[in-house]
Write a protein that binds this ligand. Structure first.
Ligand code: ADP
Ligand code: ADP
Ligand code: ZN
Length: 214
């Protein structure tokens, strides 16, 4: 099963993608996580990506597409994957389709997690991310057991630089301009499924499972 998660920054794509990956035994591929790991490790890619990410801008398509398509060659992708944060532009979606068409494959579902902008701004200021394993929490909705500490690995939780309110507004603008057109794109391919992302995370997941099947 090949799944794409669509939705604004903070809509809950990552939260749901992790649960999908677990239930359907497919890898969760997050381009944001890949870039953050590269930044942490001080790679050339990380240095380039950081200049865009810090400004709330998208990393250029040519730095993203091959990275993701190469990832599909790993053994764990044999039964599909859930893509979180990719594609984010029409050219990325076209490159993905072209790469899949070459091997006679296609995306099965593009799940749009729908959350209005007003809710997003509030959500992002409460998001806390683990510096080590990438787990995500929310101060009110999904708090860690111990304040400031990751439940899974015990590392420190931080507010991402790009989750500060000034940058969030900019990321939302970028989302509406560059990523939202993918909703029409995948509608025209007959794979788009909408779920309400404003309800609690278990309800969102139940709606997704209804779409994907048990
Ligand atoms: P969120 O989950 O809040 O939407 P991500 O972790 O997916 O954020 O992405 C963080 C940042 O990484 C983005 O704002 C963007 O700069 C960069 N990024 C991630 N994926 C892509 C992509 N597919 N194309 C371009 N830039 C990307
Ligand atoms: P995205 O990957 O789309 O940027 P995340 O999955 O990181 O979004 O979620 C953004 C923030 O909102 C996180 O702090 C997360 O814990 C929280 N969150 C996710 N889903 C919900 C939900 N259904 N209700 C309330 N908060 C949520
Ligand atoms: Zn952790």
């Amino acid at each position: 099963m090949k799944i794409i998660m669509l939705g604004a920054p903070g809509a809950g794509k990552g939260t749901q993608a992790k649960k999908i990956a677990e239930k359907y035994s497919i890898p969760h591929i997050s381009t944001g996580d890949i870039f953050r790991a590269n930044i942490k490790n001080g790679t050339e890619l990380g240095k380039k990506a950081k200049t865009y990410m810090d400004q709330g801008l998208l990393v250029p398509d040519e730095l993203v597409v091959d990275l993701v398509i190469d990832r599909f060659a790993q053994d764990d992708c044999a039964n599909g994957y859930v893509l979180d944060g990719f594609p984010r532009t029409i050219p990325q979606a076209e490159a993905l389709d072209a790469a899949l068409a070459k091997i006679n494959e296609k995306i099965d579902y593009a799940i749009n997690v729908e959350v209005p902008d007003e809710n997003i701004i509030k959500r992002m200021s409460g998001r806390r991310a683990c510096v080590s394993c990438g787990a995500t929490y929310h101060l009110e909705h999904i708090p860690p057991k111990k304040e400031g500490i990751c439940d899974t690995c015990g590392a420190e939780l931080i507010l991402r630089d790009d989750d500060k309110p000034e940058t969030v507004q900019k990321r939302l603008n970028v989302y509406h301009e560059q990523t939202q057109p993918l909703i029409d794109y995948y509608t025209s391919k007959n794979v788009l499924k909408e779920v309400d992302g404003t309800v609690d995370m278990a309800e969102v997941f139940a709606a997704i499972v209804k779409v994907l099947g048990e």
